[in-house]
Design a protein around this ligand. Structure first.
Ligand SMILES: Cc1cc2nc3c(=O)[nH]c(=O)nc-3n(C[C@H](O)[C@H](O)[C@H](O)COP(=O)(O)OP(=O)(O)OC[C@H]3O[C@@H](n4cnc5c(N)ncnc54)[C@H](O)[C@@H]3O)c2cc1C
Length: 591
């Protein structure tokens, strides 16, 4: 019997005997069990035998896990044996990844992938699509779809309303559709994909194609590595249609309130000018991490005679050839906009207030993502689904330890590049513990640029650099606190976005926003991610302290992967499956 089979058998025996201490004793003192909905009906990481025992004490009775087995031969490297596993619970089927060291568990990922009796109709269970024979009352697929569209939200209550119709809502909507959960997606823009189309015209995805697939339909093999924004917009529009989503474009959600007696939301929307009240059980805010602009208030904004706008409203460079442009900020949007303005023949200055983490796109692809998301990874059998689970299996608590050496390698490989940037005065950082881009993203969702060319322009002095805080605007200039005056025909505020519970305050109430607390971040006690340690991303894809309110979003990878667990949580509630939540998150910060 292999180490892994032995471990799984002992684990199974302990769990069947309700011996939670015995099961916990199979884990190392430093160990991590990350559960995605299978045991906890939550996204939850427990650490070390005593937390594991407590979690099992609370969850084992209703979970009743059985049938633990490997799904392919385990792999051993550097003293760690890694095994793909599967199991069943009373209500569903799960998979995961187990890492053993010296016969004991170091990390365990358990992830629910389907509910028993509510499996997706796919593969051998796919819908037939046709009813053979003669039927004078035959209803075609199109008629059926039209009837659904006419009724849902009018004479039939949706189970779920998703506020916002970006890629997050669209992927989640597709999963809910496959699970038979009646859902309406409300998007204030006219068409699916418009949130990408409306961004500045030079924008291409910063992440490569292997990282970006949506659920169910992968990009074709000839899809570009970095998708131009309008192309991704068209893909989302196509996807929304073929996945049969009830997508209400030109629909603004005005307000929402929760009725605890009826356990339903009242959602006031305006659809193409018409006021409609929706009464879903579940409300998902998928309004985007990067959609509520953080616009600074600066003295003199009212007297400035040129154009000024937040980066999200930047129309592109065409009108600014030969003009003086000042871009406030030094992260992704600032760099992209500066480069496009320079290409159009503008005179561009970037104002850097604090240090920025920069990685070159190619280097990031090779060193940071290549093992999991690349053509090579695909060729080595690392499917998107496997890559997502491997990534999910690395505990957040120690993720930075895996990241630091990668970023050390990047710093070494591109030393010349960084030296040149520092020589012109660009202030660089690598995250507070040197763990680089992905940790910054998980912790604060900002503070970096993936270099696709703008840094060379900065290093060459083609994009000019200024430092410090803006003191005021005058009619024709930006003045910095150190007295530097930058003449300007255009000022772009590339100053980022606000936290997502701001949306709960805006649409529901400040009370609910405060009940739920800050969204995003891990509690790493680094800039913009205050402690205490949370263990998971705050409030994302899991139950919140407001009944029946959920947050969904993140980059394409996160939206794809975590939409599965959110969809299963929503489906289980619709079907009346018991969903006792273990370890509901405490609220430590309001925003
Ligand atoms: C410049 C830039 C580059 C980026 N590059 C990448 C990248 O390469 N890869 C990546 O994965 N991510 C990237 N991101 C992050 C990107 O924002 C997200 O991946 C993506 O847009 C998130 O999708 P979403 O559905 O969560 O939110 P969004 O796309 O922001 O969608 C939210 C939607 O909610 C709608 N909405 C808000 N309020 C209401 C209301 N009251 N009623 C109705 N509708 C409402 C908005 O109109 C919007 O369409 C980038 C972001 C920016 C700003």
């Amino acid at each position: 019997m292999s180490d892994v089979d032995q471990w799984l058998s002992e684990f199974d025996t302990a769990l069947r005997a309700n011996d939670t201490a015995g099961a916990a004793a199979l884990f190392h003192e430093e160990s991590f069990w990350r559960d995605l909905v299978a045991f906890t009906w939550n996204l939850k990481t427990v650490e070390g035998p005593s937390e594991i025992e407590a979690m099992l004490d609370a969850t084992l009775e209703h979970t009743q896990p059985t049938n633990w087995h490997t799904t392919e031969p385990p792999d051993t490297a550097d003293g760690i044996t890694t095994a793909w596993i599967a199991f069943e619970t009373a209500t569903g089927r799960g998979n995961g990844l187990l890492r053993l060291r010296d016969g004991k568990a170091w990390t365990l990922l358990t992830a629910l992938y389907e509910l028993k009796g509510h499996e997706e109709p796919k593969g051998t269970h796919r819908p037939k699509g046709v009813i053979h024979g003669a039927d004078p009352d035959r209803v075609t697929w199109l008629e059926d779809r039209q009837r659904e569209a006419e009724e849902l939200g009018y004479s039939v209550d949706p189970e779920v309303v998703i506020v916002g119709g970006g890629q997050g809502a669209i992927g989640l909507g597709a999963r809910l559709r496959q699970l038979g959960v009646p859902t309406i997606i409300c998007e204030r823009n006219e068409r699916p994909g418009d949130s990408w189309r409306r961004r500045y015209k030079s924008l291409c995805l910063h992440d490569p194609v292997w990282y970006d697939h949506l659920p169910y339909i992968k990009f074709p093999e000839n899809w570009p590595v970095f998708s131009p924004k309008d192309k991704i917009g068209d893909w989302l529009e196509m996807y929304t249609r073929v996945m049969e989503l009830n997508y209400w474009g030109s629909t603004t959600v005005r307000s929402a309130s929760y009725d605890p007696d009826e356990a339903r939301w009242t959602v006031q929307v305006e659809r193409a000018g018409q006021a409609i009240t929706l009464r879903p059980r579940q409300l998902v805010l998928a309004t985007g991490m990067s959609s509520q602009p953080n616009l600074p208030v600066i003295d003199g904004m009212d007297v400035f005679k040129g154009d000024q706008h937040h980066s999200s409203k930047h129309p592109g460079p065409d009108a600014y050839a030969g003009r003086k442009c000042v871009v406030i900020g030094s992260n992704n949007s600032a760099h992209d906009i500066c480069a496009a303005l320079w290409e159009a023949g503008a005179d561009v200055t970037m104002v850097q207030r604090s240090s920025t983490h920069i990685v070159r796109s190619n280097t990031l692809m090779e060193i940071g993502l290549g093992a999991l998301y690349s053509e090579e990874a695909v060729a080595a059998g690392v499917t998107t689904e496997k890559a997502d689970l491997i990534f999910a299996s690395l505990p957040y608590r120690i993720l930075h330890e895996f990241q630091i050496p990668l970023y050390d390698q990047m710093r070494e490989r591109d030393k010349d590049f960084y030296d040149r940037l520092e020589a012109v005065g660009f202030q660089l950082d690598w995250g507070e513990d040197g763990s680089g881009l992905f940790m910054k993203y998980l912790r604060r969702g900002s503070g970096y640029y993936i270099d696709v060319g703008a840094s060379e322009l900065v290093a060459d002095g083609k994009i000019k650099l200024a430092h410090g805080k803006v003191a005021r605007l005058t009619e024709h200039a930006v003045e910095l606190e150190d007295g530097t005056t930058l003449e300007a025909d255009l000022v772009v505020y590339a100053t980022g976005y606000n936290s997502m519970n701001g949306w709960a305050a805006e649409l529901i109430s400040q009370d609910v926003a405060d009940t739920v607390g800050k969204v995003w971040g891990l509690g790493s006690d680094t800039t913009k991610d205050p402690g205490p340690w949370e263990g998971e991303q705050r409030n994302m894809w899991k139950p919140t302290r407001q009944d029946q309110l959920w947050f969904h979003g993140g980059n394409l990878h996160q939206s794809r992967h975590y939409s599965l667990y959110l969809a299963l949580q929503l489906k289980a509630r619709m079907e009346g499956v018991e969903t006792p939540v273990y370890g509901l998150q405490e609220v430590h910060h309001l925003a």
